[in-house]
Design a binder for this molecule. Structure first.
Ligand SMILES: C[S@@+](CC[C@H](N)C(=O)[O-])C[C@H]1O[C@@H](n2cnc3c(N)ncnc32)[C@H](O)[C@@H]1O
Length: 265
């Protein structure tokens, strides 16, 4: 008899465990409007994977348009079968998925580029990350804004596993190794199931742990202006993050934090 792990779909599990696209779109939509004074229409989602964020974007407003970009044809095919094929015809016309390197795109400029889930950390030298940021800048329209996320805190340099209970499975974030000499981190995502089965190394990433000053400097070196960090507020009762990110120049020395950055043309 096959186990729950055998029957599991790693992309569906990833979407359920890792992403909260509604909150991310809320954040970038409101921030673009705060910066420019009007709402954006065109979004490019870099490293889009299953392109959930692009789909959330086109469903927000009837004139929103999204382009999702990923190198991996398998994940794009999954998105086509599981998401795009179920959209209304009109919505389907406002989203496009491209199997391309995010650095080599030749498409019409867009108002917003999003690089979320820390995926740009696969660019592990100042040169390669600056080149990526430069290509993003070239792909933005005159009113364009680039949004990316970042994580850090002293826990991110530890070789630890963190387990989160989800509906029907556990999600394990595994920081398997960290090399302080080049700041390279090997991480995995595993999933475990109530029948004891396990989907080991469902996703694997080798990332350079960039710091916020490095990211801000490289964005500026790539020609961006008004580089802004959005830090999470604290819920007074629980002492935990309240999910509200506002522009900040002073953060807290949290053991583990996630924040957003915007960078303007
Ligand atoms: C951390 S995953 C992001 C997953 C995605 N945000 C999602 O929700 O499914 C990183 C993704 O980046 C893609 N990728 C890696 N290098 C790339 C590149 N140079 N250009 C485009 N996509 C790339 C991988 O194929 C992978 O799907």
């Amino acid at each position: 008899m096959s186990s729950l792990a055998d029957k599991a779909d790693r992309h569906a599990l990833y979407e359920q465990a890792v992403q909260c696209v509604e909150a991310e779109i809320d954040m970038v939509d409101a921030s673009f409007e705060a910066i420019r004074g009007y709402a954006a229409q065109t979004l490019r989602e870099d490293f889009c994977g299953t392109a959930q964020t692009s789909i959330e974007w086109i469903q927000r407003r009837p004139d929103n348009v999204a382009i999702g970009v990923d190198l991996d044809g398998e994940v794009l095919a999954w998105s086509n079968d599981n998401h795009l094929d179920h959209l209304m015809l009109e919505e389907r016309g406002r989203i496009e998925l491209l199997q391309e390197d995010v650095r080599a795109l030749e498409i019409e400029p867009v108002q917003m580029v999003m690089a979320m889930n820390f995926s740009y950390q696969l660019f592990d030298t100042r040169q390669t990350l600056r080149d990526y940021f430069t290509s993003v800048r070239q792909g933005l329209s005159d009113d364009g804004v680039f949004f990316l996320d970042a994580f850090g805190g002293y826990d991110c340099y530890k070789e630890i596993e963190e387990t989160t209970a989800c509906e029907g499975f556990d999600y394990i974030w595994d920081q398997a190794s960290y090399n302080p000499i080049d700041s390279g981190m090997q991480c995995y995502i595993h999933f475990t199931f109530p029948d004891g089965s396990r989907l080991d190394k469902a996703f694997s990433y080798y990332w350079r742990m960039w710091t916020l000053p490095e990211l801000q400097e490289l964005l500026e070196e790539a020609g961006f202006e008004n580089v802004t960090v959005y830090w999470e507020g604290t819920d007074e009762e629980s002492g935990e993050g309240d999910g509200i990110y506002t522009p900040a120049t002073l953060g807290d020395a949290d053991p583990a934090w996630v924040c957003y950055l915007s960078a303007e043309i």
